[in-house]
Design a protein around this ligand. Structure first.
Ligand code: SF4
Length: 173
């Protein structure tokens, strides 16, 4: 890589202790990466959730997807959409060329996120996290990947090739 890329990443993957249980999910593959400036984002903390916090989940209620706290039944959907709208603009403004998301998160998961009915029963396992879904919808050309794929050399290299192409296409600095 001959230039530095700016890549957004779920903050817990970078080692920040922001998960619901106060832990992090620091990734070993980060040690292999050079020439990347990471943009660390935890949409749940930015939406106003505490650390630690009660678990949230994606729910289907009356035909609508909601981001709900499981015990308190607080609806975080609108707050999360505000965070997503903020970052959709910021990712463009800050010339970000890719995004590494935490898998299976109700906020950050790109695929395979469990979807529940409001009675707690499982509807399916193929939903997306609310934040990741909005980023993908509004920035369809931005290269996206989950950390599970970044841990494998082939998909990781392919992601960085796509990110470099995106960087060039957008004429970033
Ligand atoms: S998966 Fe996303 S929302 Fe959850 S702790 Fe990590 S960065 Fe925050």
């Amino acid at each position: 890589m001959t230039f530095r890329l700016r890549i957004a990443i779920s903050a817990c993957l970078l080692g920040q202790p922001v998960r619901y249980d106060g832990a992090d999910k620091r990734q070993a593959w980060l040690e292999h990466i050079q020439n990347v400036d990471w943009i660390s984002i935890c949409p749940e903390v930015e939406a106003g959730m505490s650390v630690p916090r009660e678990k949230i989940q994606v729910e289907l209620a009356e035909g609508e997807f909601k981001l709900m706290a499981i015990e308190s039944r607080r609806d975080w959907s609108e707050a999360m959409d505000d965070v997503a709208n903020h970052w959709i603009l910021q990712l463009q403004k800050r010339q970000v060329s890719g995004y590494v998301f935490k898998s299976r998160s109700p906020s950050c998961g790109l695929q395979g996120v469990p979807l529940y009915a409001s009675d707690g029963s499982l509807v399916e396992r193929q939903a997306q996290g609310r934040f990741a879904q909005r980023v993908g919808e509004y920035l369809p050309d931005l290269p996206l990947i989950e950390e599970t794929q970044m841990g494998i050399e082939g998909p990781r290299n392919e992601f960085f090739i796509r990110a470099q192409q995106f960087h060039r296409q957008c004429h970033f600095d």
